[in-house]
Design a protein around this ligand. Structure first.
Ligand SMILES: Cc1ncc(COP(=O)(O)O)c(C=O)c1O
Length: 450
């Protein structure tokens, strides 16, 4: 990635070579310009994580504003030679102030539900800078999108198009609609975040697209404005994009021949990020390959990046509760759990972990686990890490995307607070939940127990 200095890339490369000889992955310190040690203490920008943990307790999410801004500008600059719009995928991190950082930089917002739409409106977003997406939108969601006049509603089936047409008619409005087309390409990522294969639930099949577009063009209350795709997430090769974009350009040209004009082509999100030792492409490299293809068609290009803009801008800081050995296996029990960061449990995802205060202890191999009553509750398995003591702080990196947004109250645990760092200042953007929050509107019903 562009923001990792070349020397650090080389460092990662060396570490990845090393990982082949050590049990578990071994990357002792994660390369980052945003989370760095100063005098052996881990900082986010100019603020020590120890001070954040001291003030707000643990577990706590910490984000770097500079990371978010740098990645957004990196992406926007890569495509500056073409007419394009970026819509931050709020599903990756829907914290109000995180959304607002991107919005204020010029981004639109890709919202996937009424809840995300509500959040976008809360920051004062102009509906013309919103895309409404989602494979199973409810009537209420569609109605809200039309009433507000969002820039585009992305339909994923003919049934949905008919429903949008009917609701728009009832409201006496015309809805701007794009069809999400499933190009049937393999994004070579985890099956759970692969969305552009024919077997996935997303979009309309590429084979039926022409026919469905023609059917849509006959409906009175919708205006077909675009072609959309999103083939998956954490994609580490440009090839699937090239394949899918080429297919969609073929479709756009055929539509033009059939008299259907497409104003925008939305290629979705999906760019992979560094969690461990992945080989990645930069936005500039993606732009170099895709821009010549985009020039074949005469329409605006839309992007919906999420993970790329947020993942490595966030860390989850936890405290070590206990150390123990079971059958010669080391366990580090921390106070962050699967309810705080679900990715390791559901995708077996790798998140780099390192002590907030660097120590000179020997390295051990341990499972880093949380307090939730599930064997699937782990942050890392067989991780090589310098031996920690009870009360030490641990930073779980790359937690800015699909972290807090997937947090739950499982085991009646309160969700963690979120802090945004801007240079040497910190801002509490969401407090830790109280136990009262967990009982919101839940009461003992006396008649039930009489
Ligand atoms: C329609 C759509 N757009 C954009 C995204 C963002 O993807 P990513 O975070 O991988 O960039 C997603 C994520 O699943 C998505 O479903």
């Amino acid at each position: 990635m562009l923001h990792f200095k070349t020397s650090l890339n080389y460092f990662v490369f060396l570490q990845s070579k090393l990982s082949k000889t050590l049990p578990g992955k071994f990357m002792k310190y994660f390369p980052s310009d945003y989370f760095q040690y100063k005098n052996n203490e881990l900082y986010c920008e100019g603020v020590s994580l120890k001070s954040i943990a001291g003030k707000f307790g643990t577990p706590v999410y910490v984000y770097s504003k500079k990371f978010f801004a740098d990645r957004y500008l990196e992406f926007a600059n890569a495509f500056k030679s073409i007419n394009h719009k970026i819509f931050f995928a709020a599903k990756s991190n829907f914290n109000l102030n995180v959304i607002k950082i991107f919005y204020d930089l010029g981004s639109g917002i890709d919202v996937n539900s009424l809840g995300e739409l509500y959040r976008a409106l809360k920051i004062g977003a102009d509906p013309q800078r919103l895309l409404l997406t989602g494979v199973g939108k409810t009537k209420d969601e569609i109605k809200a999108g039309i009433e507000l006049g969002v820039l585009m509603i992305k339909a994923e089936s003919l049934h949905e198009v008919y429903l949008i047409n009917r609701i728009a008619g009832d409201l006496g409005k015309k809805a701007q609609v794009a069809l999400r087309v499933n190009p049937d390409v393999d994004p070579q990522t985890h099956p759970y975040i692969s969305t552009g294969l024919a077997e996935n639930k997303f979009g309309i099949s590429a084979a039926d697209a022409m026919e469905i577009y023609i059917e849509c063009s006959k409906l009175k209350n919708i205006e077909i404005s675009g072609v959309d795709m999103h083939i998956g997430s954490q994609i580490t090769s440009i090839t699937p994009y090239l394949e899918a974009v080429s297919k969609m350009i073929g479709l756009i040209e055929n539509l033009k021949t059939a008299g259907i004009t497409i104003n925008h082509f939305d290629i979705g999100g999906g760019m992979g990020v560094l969690y461990n030792d992945e080989e990645l492409f930069t936005p500039l490299q993606l732009a170099e390959k895709l821009i010549p293809l985009f020039k074949q068609i005469d329409c605006d290009i839309f992007f919906e990046p999420g993970r790329f803009l947020t993942a490595n801008g966030g860390a989850l800081v936890a405290e070590v509760l206990y150390l123990k050995e079971n059958m010669n296996k080391n366990f580090i029990v921390v106070d962050a759990a699967m309810n705080d960061l679900l990715r390791p449990s559901i995708y077996n995802a790798y998140h780099h972990t390192q002590p907030v205060i660097k120590n000179n202890n020997e390295d051990i191999i341990a499972d880093i686990v949380g307090p939730v009553c599930e064997s699937g509750d782990f942050i890392a398995k067989n991780r090589v890490i310098s031996k920690l003591e009870q009360g030490d702080l641990l930073a779980v990196l790359s937690a800015g995307a699909y972290g807090m947004v997937m947090a739950s109250n499982y085991n009646a645990r309160r969700r963690a607070p979120e802090i945004i760092i801007d240079k040497d200042k910190f801002f509490l953007t969401r407090s830790r939940e109280s136990y009262e929050h967990l009982l919101w509107d839940e009461q003992i019903i006396s008649n039930l127990h009489s």
